[in-house]
Design a protein around this ligand. Sequence first.
Ligand code: ZN
Ligand code: ZN
Length: 504
Amino acid sequence: MEQQTQKHLESFLNLASKIKSYHEAIGLLHWDLRTGAPKKGVPTRSETIGMLSTEAFKLQTSDEMKTYLDTLTNPEVLKQLNDTDRRLVEECKKEYDRSQSVPPEKVQAYTVLTAKSETAWEDAKHNSDFEGFSPYLTEIVKLKQEFIDYWGVKDTRYDTLLDMYEPDLTVEKVDAVFARLKARLVPLQEKINASENKPNTEFLNQLFDTDQQEKFSLFILGQMGYDFDAGRLDESVHPFATGLNPGDVRITTNYLQDDVTSAVFSSLHEGGHALYEQNIDESLAGTLLAEGTSMGIHESQSRLWENMIGRSRPFWTRYYKDLQQHFPQLSEVALEDFYRAINRVESSLIRIEADELTYNLHIIIRYEIEKMLFNEGLEVKDLPETWNAKYKEYLGIVPPNDGLGVLQDVHWSGGDFGYFASYSLGNMYAAQILHTLRKELPEFDFYIAEGNLIPIKEWLTDKIYRYGKSRTPSELILAVTGEELNPDYLADYLEAKYTEIYKL
Ligand code: ZN
Ligand code: ZN
């Protein structure tokens, strides 16, 4: 490599790690805001975050960055880079092109609009007032359509939005995958609805000491192999995980007095996100590749731990005794009854409260509607009607008002179109990964039933975690499972599980 090129590479790596440092600082300030920062400090803190974000953005789009990228993206040079550096160059190039393409005044307009719109959405949801929110959403969709033109239309307009969250994902692929999933899940859901063997969940409606809930969450996280020297558990209204660097991956959960399962499963969920980021290879630490490779793959890791391990029979065969020790009010409840209760399936209106099966239908509905908005000319004013018709068709229920319907999620008020699909992708990736995991680790159920979860964590580290963002999601899923995303694994998993639980 020529001396000048070598110099540019070194300066590029320095600049990229400087940007990463800004991200770490911003991440920590965000964590602080959400976990109990004093109220009076919030306005100044928010300004600080805004200032640091602007600085990071300036570095990312600087002339300096352009100079290095011009040198390093030359195909002859790119060939000589090691895998990690090449991925880093490609990532920064993608970011650079994307942010350069939109005029700054449009970005500014969008920031102002979405900030106002989130406040308007909160009121509108509270009052079930879609008409009050509709002018904001109309403007957001209009601006987003302009952005798509700046960014460049892929196969279809909506493809451009999907690609932002799940690189290489296309409408063509998602259409095919969701169609296959829907064809199997809708009938399964109908059979379950008609079943006489509904689990009893009454015993879950009791009061559960929140100190004991915290103790149990800490115990389960320890069992998973969550490293408390590289993280911590706190409380927040909405549980989340935040990876500052592989040595500092923090999670939160939420203890509800009248619901013991909420904290248990959100700890498993966020714990799954955290294991991913704690186990990224050391060689990637401090680089922009030290994070999960996509929303969908990240979500696959949280859901694998929460649902496929945490809601399995072997898991509770081992851990139910511990739960009963923390909560004597469950001492008379049989393991089998508990297992069935935590796996109850029921059509419901609210996505975030949905079970493992119907959750996917909530997502498919949002995906289809977003696609109609961006590709098929659906107008914002017609959203409630479209929404309600799809809930009727896929879940057999109709929201009594828009607060419980089309207004329930915050995403659209922030302009996050293309994001929802990754939740269901996470479920599909997880089931596909689980299939391979079971083949390569035949003692899987046995390990869980004896409370030996570490071999599972190690397998996932070896196949997924350690790579961070150095492999794209499609490369990763192909390398781990030997095939592209295949929705049949999720359908197989859900059919087997619920056929047994509901005796279908
Ligand atoms: Zn979360
Ligand atoms: Zn998650």
